[in-house]
Design a protein around this ligand. Structure first.
Ligand code: NAD
Ligand code: UGA
Length: 333
């Protein structure tokens, strides 16, 4: 089986590629190293993949690359590339979101149907729901994105649907709900909270902290992707992938304080435009069609992320010979 994984240097894409690699004759990873966080972090995400003989990295932007040539001979596309993040998608940044989430997806779908790809998996998002009319949301709920980012992810999802309906391209969109765990992006809540907890620096909580998320561990998201590459599915299928760990931000902080065994320094700042009050999904369809259910409990998943941060931070938080912590924390992005 020949796989193409886009966004392979990212938080989720790198871990999906690692899990697919043992079953791949060849796995091509594509990434253009967008500037949403430092390249050095993305290079570190690729560390385990680079030495593997059946892995190759192509540094290319899906918005301009010669995709029919890249996809030639590929059986399965797992499309994780995109510009993520709800809150920065307002204002002038929106055109970047359109380029990376809509135009890139359309170009990839067009190439995939022309070369006869057997399965196209798309990384969609809970952000397509916005503030839902009722909870828990099923895939039948009418999408009402609450941020420009959500609009672009929904557009990508609809493009998958149209290529499925018109050309029979076997697309499936997985709607991930706030993913966390090792390698989480530096702009995301758990990453910021854990690093601040370990360093003793300030945590900014947006609004009341009563906003609820159906947090999903990256291992569960990776497993859903692997199953989605091979399950028997009708073209254009959409599936919720949510962790079943439905808690508010304040509760996350309480759990975290217990794990790092330190009181956290929390500041309340303004609610951010685009932030929904709640995400909470039913995953009955994913259970029925993929045989998938979430397996990682929030407290265990958060502990796995704390361990990952501690390993990363070790070189900068280790006591120096004079017994003080190294003051130059800036080397960790
Ligand atoms: P990430 O930023 O860590 O990874 C995305 C990768 O895609 C980056 O390495 C980036 O350089 C690459 N990329 C972006 N545009 C590209 C282009 N035009 N050509 C080639 N490469 C490109 O983000 P992530 O958190 O791993 O998210 C992966 C996907 O999952 C995204 O599509 C995102 O919208 C979606 N998603 C993420 C979450 C979450 O909680 N992390 C939730 C829902 C959906
Ligand atoms: C996340 C991802 O960043 C999106 O790419 C993704 O599409 C989305 O999940 C999704 O599920 O579809 P978000 O839920 O905002 O978006 O994830 P976090 O950045 O981890 O934030 C979680 C909550 O913590 C939010 O309510 C946010 O307001 C809050 N937060 C975040 C803070 O209070 N402080 C921070 O510094 C960061």
């Amino acid at each position: 089986m020949r796989y193409l994984v886009t966004g392979v240097a990212g938080f989720i894409g790198s871990q999906v590629a690692e899990r697919l690699l043992p079953r791949a004759t060849e796995l091509i990873g594509v990434d253009c190293f967008t500037a949403n966080y430092p390249r050095a972090v993305k290079e570190e995400n690729l560390r385990h993949l680079r030495p593997k003989p059946n892995f190759s990295l192509l540094e290319a932007d899906l918005g301009v690359a010669d995709l029919p040539a890249i996809l030639s001979g590929v059986d399965v596309v797992v499309h994780q590339a995109g510009l993520p993040g709800v809150r920065p998608s307002w204002g002038r940044g929106f055109s970047e979101y359109v380029a990376h989430n809509v135009v890139a997806t359309q170009r990839l779908l067009e190439a995939a149907r022309n070369v006869g790809v057997r399965r196209f998996v798309y990384a969609s998002s809970s952000s397509v729901y916005g503030n839902a009319a009722s909870y828990p949301t099923s895939e039948e709920a009418v999408p009402r994105p609450f941020s420009p980012y959500g609009v672009t992810k929904l557009a990508g999802e609809h493009l998958c649907g149209t290529y499925g309906a018109n050309y029979g391209l076997s697309t499936v969109a997985l709607r991930y709900f706030t993913v966390y765990g090792p390698r989480q992006r530096p702009d995301m809540a758990f990453h910021r909270f854990v690093e601040a907890g370990c360093r003793g620096t300030e945590i900014n909580v947006y609004g009341s902290g009563e906003q609820v998320r159906d947090f999903t561990h990256v291992d569960d998201v990776v497993r859903a992707n692997v199953l989605a590459t091979e399950a028997d599915l009708p073209p254009g299928k959409v599936l919720n992938i949510a962790g079943g760990s439905r808690v508010d931000v304040n509760t996350v902080l309480t759990l975290l304080a217990g794990l790092v065994q330190t009181p956290l320094r929390v500041t309340r700042v303004d609610h951010q435009a685009g932030d929904v009050e709640e995400t909470w999904a039913t995953c009955d369809e994913a259970r029925r069609l993929l045989g998938w259910t979430p397996t990682v409990e929030l407290v265990d998943g958060l502990a796995s992320q704390v361990d990952w941060h501690r390993t990363r931070l070790e070189p900068v938080l280790a006591p120096t010979t004079n017994g003080n912590h190294d003051p130059d924390l800036s080397v960790v992005p």
